[in-house]
Write a protein that binds this ligand. Structure first.
Ligand code: SF4
Length: 359
């Protein structure tokens, strides 16, 4: 699919034509990753962050947010609970919180891996390569780091560096993660002020060009306590160029990603379930997605992990969230996958690399 083809689909408003896109994405999903939907238990370990991303409610200067850090026992308890729900993966997510050291995470990962059978996915921001290696050795399996936009100027605008002398290079870090041996996930936000149609088409091409194993896409949802919660007209691209932050644009991006990257794992993201609580997740699963990440963070913390406002399931217990998700999958006539649910794309590359080493 060319850049021009992608632009055509992104700007298409013909319902009949879009039905074709949804059907092709769903057929490709069924043929490439099967009918199972894999569940990943999401644990929001800490909402401290040292960064100032202009769209995120966890940014360091948001003084209205009550901060928390879970302790190691609480995190391991969540992993046990994930096992009791039958999940094959836990996702440990946090802001860039360097108070939680490389050693602390190493200990938590080792405990989870020795006490449970789950795969461990990390989503901890831009951490040092030495830490990433250390966590892989401790048993971590996957790493998620969204690049949000492949437009370097826009990336720099919304991701101020940690310190004035530091250069944030998420692409380089994604390469490092892959070299270390992680199953690597990334993704983008749809409708960031300043994001053009051409930018988004480039993002979608980048998913396959960068050989990712997992891709997450969600709409931009403004947070009032951030600079992009009150954007100025100059933040936006020209009206004919600006990508809208809509549900429909997110489904289109999801479906196109499935067509371009048939064997990746694609979650029906919480952001979609937030803007359409009734159907967002289900429609995503019918338009290319094959993963759900039910939130299993203890209730006392989860309202505080507010990257954007109104997040789905923020007032539910882990049991309630699990019950809803399981019911949703069964009503769709799909089955919940058992085991880790590794990305078929990753499995294929691993076999290929092992084979190449033998030559
Ligand atoms: S997007 Fe991530 S790194 Fe940026 S402020 Fe939010 S939690 Fe921190």
């Amino acid at each position: 699919m060319t850049h021009q083809d992608i632009l055509h689909w992104l700007t298409c408003e013909d319902d009949g034509e879009l039905e074709t896109l949804w059907r092709r994405a769903d057929e490709t999903r069924a043929a490439s990753v099967g009918d199972e939907i894999y569940l990943r238990g999401l644990v929001e370990v800490s909402n401290y962050c040292c960064r100032l991303c202009t769209y995120c409610g966890l940014r360091a200067d948001n003084s209205s947010l009550y901060r928390y850090r879970m302790d190691a026992d609480e995190v391991v308890d969540c992993a046990r609970q994930a096992v009791s729900f039958g999940y094959g993966t836990v996702v440990l997510q946090a802001g860039e919180d360097f108070h939680l050291s490389g050693e602390w995470f190493e200990d938590v990962i080792s405990r989870i891996k020795s006490e449970t059978p789950v795969a461990v996915t990390l989503s901890l921001g831009e951490r040092k390569p030495a830490e990433l290696e250390r966590w892989k050795k401790a048993g971590a399996d996957r790493y998620l780091l969204r690049f949000e936009t492949s437009n370097r100027n826009l990336f720099d605008k919304i991701h101020p560096p940690r310190t004035p002398n530091e250069y944030s290079d998420r692409m380089d870090l994604l390469r490092t993660l892959s070299e270390i041996g992680y199953e690597v996930g990334s993704g983008v936000m749809i409708g960031i002020p300043g994001q053009t149609w051409a930018d988004l088409a480039n993002d979608i091409l980048a998913f396959s060009g960068w050989d990712l194993d997992m891709v997450g896409v969600g709409p931009f949802i403004p947070h009032p306590a951030t600079p992009l919660g009150n954007p100025s007209p100059s933040d936006f691209a020209a009206p004919t160029e600006q990508v809208p932050a809509t549900e429909l644009m997110t489904y289109k991006t999801l479906a196109l990603t499935r067509l371009l990257c048939p064997t990746v794992n694609l979650p029906a993201t919480t952001a979609l379930a937030t803007i359409n609580p009734k159907q967002g997740r289900e429609l995503a699963l019918k338009r290319g997605a094959n993963i759900i990440m039910p939130n299993i963070t203890p209730l006392k913390y989860r309202t505080r992990y507010e990257i954007y406002p109104g997040k789905a399931a923020k007032n539910e217990t882990a049991e309630e969230t699990n019950g809803k998700v399981v019911g949703q999958v069964s009503r769709m006539g799909r089955t919940i996958g058992s085991g880790r649910g590794d990305s078929p794309h990753y499995r294929k590359n691993k076999v290929l690399n092992a084979h190449l080493k033998e030559l």
